[in-house]
Design a protein around this ligand. Structure first.
Ligand SMILES: [Zn+2]
Length: 287
């Protein structure tokens, strides 16, 4: 989610540490959280059934991209906004569940990964409270990241989510989304067994592929991005879409420079990631 400003009011801001439960939801039927470390349930109105009973085998991480927590929770839980997520992770590490994992939450929007378009049907959506790029983009507090790691580890175990399918919203919707962004510490998650990650290759001077280039090298880059799962074109042209995909790749895997230019470091990091994918992932990618 990254929806810009949201007029939040009606919450008692003097209630310290109480969760801002949207009033319309106060009487909604609650449910038992799927995660034992979710401390609260705020049922969202916004969900449906997973298409053809598709079981989730992906986690999509987001930031809320809104200036305040109350507005973000209201946005995700109030009927009519058409957005939701299974979980919200607060800055202090508390975890709120809004949609049962069995249901289809509405967090990914128009998206694709590894040839699949209905990302909401195949994923668990986790919204991380952070104001995002439009509102100063603060660092993610350590305790919040620790909570994201613990939550994801549980989901991965229960749902058999492979590490390479723990993704950013920007990975599955590179033309539209930046979240959770280049400050999100994917390396810390990987150190705890969450997500596929390799040490990014150092940035060095040298030739690059960039917007406007047309060559076999561009075609090879597009093929490599698509093999990893990205919705990259296959036309040999370094067009705007290709640049957006490279930018998304860098936000996740080479955050030291996010410029949409495929330099040596970007290409090498991509090759290392592909080389370290488990065999079953490559079989899926080859389909
Ligand atoms: Zn998002």
């Amino acid at each position: 989610m990254a929806l810009g400003s949201f007029a939040s009011n009606g919450f008692d801001s003097k209630r310290q540490r109480a969760l801002p439960i949207p009033r319309a939801n106060a009487n909604m039927k609650t449910f038992t959280p799927d995660s034992s470390i979710a401390s609260d349930v705020i049922p969202s109105m916004n969900y449906g059934e997973r298409n053809k009973g598709r079981l989730p085998d992906m986690i999509v991480l987001h930031y809320t991209g809104m200036p305040d927590v109350e507005g973000a929770i209201a946005q995700l839980c109030t009927a009519g906004t058409d957005v939701s997520a299974h979980y919200i992770v607060l800055e202090d590490g508390r975890i709120v569940q809004c949609v049962p994992e069995a249901k289809r939450a509405w967090h990914a929007g128009v998206a694709s990964w590894a040839g699949e378009q209905d990302i909401n049907s195949c994923s668990i959506g986790v919204e991380i409270i952070n104001r995002g790029h439009d509102w100063g983009y603060p660092e993610f507090p350590l305790r919040q990241i620790a909570a994201v790691i613990a939550l994801c580890r549980g989901i991965m175990l229960r749902r058999k989510v492979p590490s390479h399918r723990v993704l950013a919203h920007s990975d599955v919707a590179p033309s539209r989304k930046k979240d959770p962004g280049e400050k999100f510490p994917w390396h810390s998650l990987a150190n705890s067994g969450v997500g596929h990650w390799v040490q990014p290759a150092p940035i060095v001077r040298g030739e690059t592929l960039k917007l406007g280039a047309i060559s076999d090298d561009v075609a090879d880059l597009q093929t490599a991005l698509a093999r990893y799962g990205y919705g990259a074109p296959a036309n040999g042209k370094y067009d705007a879409t290709t640049m957006e995909v490279v930018t998304a790749f860098q936000r996740h895997f080479r955050p030291a420079r996010v410029d949409g230019v495929a330099d040596h470091s970007t290409l090498t990091t991509l090759q290392s990631l592909l080389a370290s994918l488990p065999d079953e992932a490559m079989a899926v990618a080859a389909k």
